[in-house]
Write a protein that binds this ligand. Structure first.
Ligand SMILES: [Zn+2]
Length: 229
């Protein structure tokens, strides 16, 4: 076990990487570390790419809706300009910043800042997704998180694409990806493992055993009820 001893008088910076598949809790872990830094009365700044506008323009928002204020930036160099006198720099969705993020993090760490970077380490094909792999190499601390494979329940290391888009960078959540383990993962888009939502078009196939009691299925019974009501 390593122990991190902070000697504020020496202003030693470092890089922490929090990586893993989608739904592995990366943003939650980033927020947890930043909250602890704030409790320690350190100055914290959080950045995320402006491209990630899934939920909010100004908050780092994770899937469990714990949120912390952040600044959207167009590119990694802006982070250096905006970091100011912060002691701790958080960077979320780091995979969208591209290769120049590596030098930015190195410079911030050399300036004595603690840099915490969260992002995907693989793309939807299971290929290393720069800049996270290079950041893992130069970081002092690396934490790899896992989701749970929705097919078999083992630790999930992959983000399985279940839509048919072939763009590498797609900002999406549950409707586009699901976590899967090495055995259940395929680089090709797959049908979702969960029961699909009712077909949006045409044929009215009666769903006799839908587990989802809250779905907006038509109320008309497939067979007229003989009961008097
Ligand atoms: Zn599996």
């Amino acid at each position: 076990m390593h122990t991190v001893v902070v000697d504020a008088s020496k202003q030693v910076g470092w890089i922490e990487v929090v990586c893993g598949s989608m739904f592995s809790g990366k943003t939650e872990e980033l927020i947890r570390r930043l909250r602890r830094a704030r409790i320690a009365r350190q100055r914290v700044e959080i950045f995320k790419p402006a491209v990630d506008a899934r939920f909010s323009e100004t908050d780092v928002v994770s899937h469990d809706e714990t949120a912390i204020r952040s600044t959207p930036v167009e590119g990694a160099p802006q982070i250096v300009l905006l970091a100011g006198s912060a002691d701790v720099i958080g960077i979320d969705e780091a995979q969208f910043f591209g290769a120049e993020l590596v030098n930015v993090c190195q410079q911030l760490a050399r300036d004595g800042k603690r840099v915490i970077v969260a992002g995907l380490d693989q793309d939807y094909r299971g290929e290393p997704f720069e800049p996270i792999p290079e950041l893992m190499a130069v970081a002092e601390f690396v934490t790899k998180l896992h989701a749970i494979c929705v097919v078999c329940g083992n630790p999930a290391n992959h983000s399985q694409r279940i839509a048919d888009s072939t763009k590498r960078v797609v900002v999406g959540a549950g409707e586009s990806y699901e976590p899967r383990c090495r055995r259940c993962f395929s680089p090709l888009p797959q049908a979702p493992s969960a029961p699909p939502s009712p077909s949006p078009t045409g044929s009215s196939v009666p769903l006799t055993a839908s587990p989802d009691a809250t779905s907006n299925a038509p109320d008309e019974p497939a067979v007229e009820s003989p009961s008097s009501s």
